[in-house]
Design a protein around this ligand. Structure first.
Ligand SMILES: Nc1ncnc2c1ncn2[C@@H]1O[C@H](COP(=O)(O)OP(=O)(O)O)[C@@H](O)[C@H]1O
Ligand SMILES: Cc1cn([C@H]2C[C@H](O)[C@@H](COP(=O)(O)OP(=O)(O)O)O2)c(=O)[nH]c1=O
Length: 694
């Protein structure tokens, strides 16, 4: 209903401002005229915005909406009726202006009441979809539709009446009647159909607070709540960027030596972008944190303004405009949804009023100032003859707006980030593919976490014990542990995983991956983290990499899915050092067989399986060489033990002897002081091993 009713508004704004601009000659005057019309249209927001918010919070929102719509019904209808009743041209035009002003004023009161009511009607999870619909009809489809409908109406009327049509079927008048009736319909639907808008029993008397106090309180709430402040500033920033693009578009198309058609194309592109952003945005980013999405969208919009500033061809400018629209649309959608979902009912009306008043004022200032500025500066431009580009004031303004917007986006992002420490781009990428990164559980950690990895019979158990003895001798608390099976629950999981040979009783690959992850989650929570928090050196026989190698490469499950599962299980805990004992599967399996115990379910896998596992381990090590010590497992056990002890001693020294000074919040973050790369003979051993693996 809202979408249909706002049909004429957009076209009106555009048409009048262009019309005004064509009435004067000089560039500066054009700028002034274009900006001036828009400024006048948006002026009522300044006066009425604050009042609207208080009305929405103080009185029954349903009655506010119904009264506003009835007023608009009368006002819209009055414009053509005055002319029909035979008023003189001057009176008609004056009344049209007065009525438009009044309609604008009433709309200002209607919107916050409606916006504040919506979150009460719709479950939170559906809020985004509802906003999507409202915004896309208001900003995305309607302006385009309005142009099409008006053009079609015009042609039809002229076609039927062949010649000058009678006054009452003038397309513009028909559109006004249409507007008028759609308002009446909205009023009736809201009054009889959506009684729930009144909320919890209505609020006929409003809270017992003075209007002034309510006003001040609303502003204080916005200023003091970081999320709301970030949202409000971010939305303003997005509108300022959009405003500058609209305000400069006319002159910008000139600097591309493109005509009026190009201007309309550029203007239309912004709205196409808005529709794309609002309509498709949520589908693309899926589970991404909405708070992060908001900041990122503003950065996207601003960066696209930069693209626009640098555009040397109309196609580049159109792409820029579409992206500006998409970014602004997504920011607007995310912002509105966050505001609706996270702000208490009592202050919601005022916050929405500030947003709508603010956006109008920001838009007004951005459009009028920028069109004025480029109008004045339009004649001064620097031609770079060879490239055929002119560096006009328009481009400089766009450049400044883009840079400013990027800073605004980043600062909004920082203020309200709900996943601190989680890297931004991997999170975005993961979300697009349906697996957002989770926040690393933070805890104060002062110990050292060393993990041994490698194939069967590589000598991990042997080396774990050797290292534990060596570190213990240095006076550190050592916790020796392993996966799977270091806890009571783990022992039971281990039985499920490794006994029961093959056939239908064996877990399926995904079940196997989940069981290892379950063992790991419990192990990390009950053994590893508490020990690290105490400052102990934790030495584990296998950890996450085993899952990546065995379940990922071995069972050929997607490695990034297994990785995500493990990082969810561990809350992002990464080892400080992974010692990879690289062994030829033939050698390792023979050694394992030599232990005299029966081969378990995984040991019985094919040689090809174990080959895949081996190369997966080597790939992981090659991807993060700082964190890994790769050793050839064929070396004598004593040599290996010495190399490992040396590296761990170095790490312990690097952390300082007092474990207390290494307190940090752990997560996906690297250690504060990353271990130094291996030196001397250990280096050559590592290289040999990696070399052997290639
Ligand atoms: N560096 C080494 N050289 C030769 N044999 C070794 C070496 N390290 C361990 N072994 C032997 O290989 C077998 C498997 O060792 P183990 O530590 O149990 O490996 P894993 O825990 O990796 O399966 C044991 O019999 C052990 O004595
Ligand atoms: C930790 C882990 C182990 N495994 C496998 C590797 C081993 O074959 C098996 C048990 O490992 P392990 O305890 O090292 O057995 P052993 O001491 O007999 O060598 O579990 C995985 O497949 N995924 C994992 O995440």
């Amino acid at each position: 209903m809202l979408g249909v009713a706002s049909l004429g508004d957009w076209l009106g704004l555009l048409a009048t401002s262009v019309f005004a601009a064509t009435q004067v000659e000089s560039d500066a005057a054009k700028g002034l005229a274009f900006g001036g019309v828009i400024a006048v249209r948006l002026l009522p927001a300044l006066v009425l915005g604050p009042i609207a918010g208080i009305l929405a919070d103080r009185f029954d929102r349903r009655y506010t909406m119904v009264i506003c719509d009835l007023l608009r019904f009368v006002l819209f209808a009055s414009i053509p009726l005055v002319a029909l009743l035979g008023a003189s041209g001057g009176v008609t035009v004056t009344w049209a202006a007065v009525a438009t002003f009044l309609i604008e004023a009433v709309t200002l009161i209607w919107i916050p009441a409606k916006e504040a009511a919506v979150p009460n009607l719709i479950p939170r999870a559906r809020l985004e979809v509802s906003n999507q619909l409202t915004l896309i009809t208001t900003y995305g489809i309607t302006p385009v539709l309005a142009a099409a409908v008006l053009a079609a109406l015009d042609r039809t009327v002229r076609g039927i009446s062949s010649g000058e049509p009678p006054a009452w079927v003038e397309p513009a008048q028909l559109a006004l009647y249409f507007n008028s009736l759609s308002r009446l319909a909205t009023a009736l639907v809201v009054f009889f159909g959506i009684k729930e808008i009144s909320g919890r029993g209505g609020r006929p008397d409003g809270p017992g607070q003075s209007v002034m106090k309510q006003f001040v309180e609303g502003w204080r709430f916005i200023g003091k709540t970081p999320l709301v402040r970030g949202l409000v500033l971010g939305i303003f920033g997005a509108f300022a960027g959009g405003g500058i693009v609209i305000g400069t578009a006319r002159f910008f198309t000139n600097s591309l030596s493109a005509g009026d058609a190009a201007f309309y194309l550029l203007f239309g592109s912004i709205f196409v972008g808005l529709a794309i952003g609002i309509g498709l945005g949520p589908m693309v980013i899926r589970e991404l944190s909405r708070r992060r999405w908001f900041g990122m969208s503003i950065v996207l919009a601003s960066a696209s303004v930069l693209l626009l500033a640098a555009a040397i061809h109309l196609s580049m400018a159109i792409l820029g405009a579409i992206l500006v629209g998409a970014g602004a649309g997504m920011a607007f959608l995310a912002g509105t949804t966050l505001l609706g979902g996270e702000i208490a009912d009592e202050v919601r009306g005022r916050v929405f009023a500030v947003v709508q008043t603010g956006t109008r004022i920001v838009l007004m200032l951005a459009i009028s100032l920028s069109s004025l500025l480029v109008g004045v500066g339009g004649s001064r431009e620097l031609r770079i003859a060879d490239l055929g580009i002119s560096i006009s004031s328009t481009r400089l303004l766009l450049l400044a707006a883009g840079v400013f917007g990027i800073f605004a986006g980043i600062s909004a992002f920082r203020q309200m980030d709900d996943k601190p420490g989680v890297p931004v781009l991997p999170d975005l990428w993961g979300s697009v593919r349906g697996r957002p990164l989770s926040v690393g559980e933070s805890f104060a950690r002062s110990g050292l976490f060393v993990v041994f990895e490698g194939g069967e019979g590589a000598g991990k158990s042997t080396q774990v014990n050797r290292l534990a003895a060596a570190v213990g001798e240095q006076g550190h608390e050592v916790v020796v542990t392993r996966e799977p099976g270091a806890t009571d629950i783990g022992v039971r999981i281990r039985t499920l995983l490794l006994s029961d040979g093959s056939g239908p009783s064996a877990p399926s690959p995904r079940a196997e991956a989940l069981l290892y992850a379950a063992d790991r989650a419990h192990h990390v929570a009950t053994v590893v983290r508490p020990a690290l928090a105490r400052g102990a050196v934790v030495v584990s026989d296998r950890y996450v990499d085993s899952s990546l190698a065995y379940q990922g490469a071995g069972r050929t499950l997607p490695v990034d899915e297994v990785s995500w599962l493990s990082s969810w299980a561990t809350g992002g805990l990464k080892p400080d050092l992974v010692v990879l004992l690289d062994v030829d599967p033939a050698v390792g399996l023979a050694r394992a067989a030599g232990r005299g115990t029966a081969a378990d379910r995984l040991e019985s896998e094919s040689v090809a399986f174990h080959e895949r596992v081996r190369y997966a381990f080597l790939d992981l090590a090659a991807a993060d060489p700082k964190r890994y010590l790769v050793l050839d497992a064929a070396l004598p056990a004593d040599d290996i033990a010495r190399a490992v002890a040396a590296r761990v001693t170095e790490l312990l020294a690097g952390h300082g002897t007092d474990p207390g000074d290494r307190t940090r919040a752990d997560g996906e973050t690297e250690p504060v002081r990353p271990p130094k790369p291996p030196q001397d003979d250990r280096m050559s051993m590592a290289d040999n091993a990696v070399e052997a693996g290639r």
